[in-house]
Design a protein around this ligand. Structure first.
Ligand SMILES: [Zn+2]
Length: 224
């Protein structure tokens, strides 16, 4: 944690972190926040001098990191949304939210939370369908299927066989959704990640490694 240093760089607050380091180190974080690691003995005035000495470098680094930070998703004309592995451009239109061709038609005044609810509802329908289909193929009986708000894991399988899946998977191709569904359903056969488990997964999803790699890449782009 940085202390509230009261130091400003070009009007921007600077966080100072006192550490057992030998010298003062400047960091610019994603979003453009400036953090300074400084040995305990170095005065605020000295830190301010170092900030001034490194002014050009700092300004450039702040600009780079600000540009790199994800822009908040907005419900506006032309904003890009993904569904089933495709990019859709938002367009305002009357009626219900719907995906048509390469467009996501949304009534004017829709909040992002309403759009999220629409995605979650679609995810719920899709997940129920894919879980039913793969459960029959694998020969298992899952419990409830739920589209959940979870970023850390794509899916999970509860002790009573409930299957939870991240709703954002609905943004991705069917093969990637199926890959997660198959993984979770195979936990009804093997409650671990043993070679026996992976052998079951490979029977139904021979490309599971490639699918997981693709999913890791795609999910890094999930920006809302
Ligand atoms: Zn697992």
């Amino acid at each position: 944690m940085g202390e509230v240093s009261g130091l400003l760089f070009e009007g921007q607050p600077v966080a100072v972190c006192r550490k057992r380091c030998k010298r003062v180190i400047l960091h610019v974080r994603a979003g453009g926040e400036i953090w300074v690691s400084a040995p305990r003995g170095v005065s605020r005035r000295r830190i301010a001098e170092i900030l001034a000495e490194r002014r050009d470098w700092l300004l450039a680094a702040v600009e780079t990191q600000r540009a790199r930070a994800p822009k908040p998703k907005r419900v506006c004309e032309g904003e890009s949304f993904r569904l089933a592995g495709r990019a859709l451009a938002l367009r305002f239109a009357g009626g219900e939210i719907c995906a048509v061709g390469d467009e996501l038609l949304v009534p004017p005044g829709t909040e992002l939370s309403a759009l999220r609810a629409w995605y979650v509802a679609r995810a719920q329908v899709l997940f129920a369908e894919r879980v039913a289909l793969w459960a029959a193929a694998i020969g298992v009986t899952p419990g409830r299927v739920r589209a959940k708000e979870q970023r850390s894991r794509f899916g999970s399988c509860g002790i009573h066989g409930d299957i939870n899946l991240c709703w954002r998977l609905v943004m991705e191709e069917r093969a990637l959704v199926d890959s997660v569904v198959i993984h979770e359903l195979c936990h009804l056969l093997e409650r671990n990640h043993s070679p026996a488990f992976w052998a079951q997964v490979a029977r139904f999803d021979p490309q599971h490694r490639a699918h997981r790699a693709q999913l890791n890449k795609q999910s890094a782009l999930w920006d809302w």
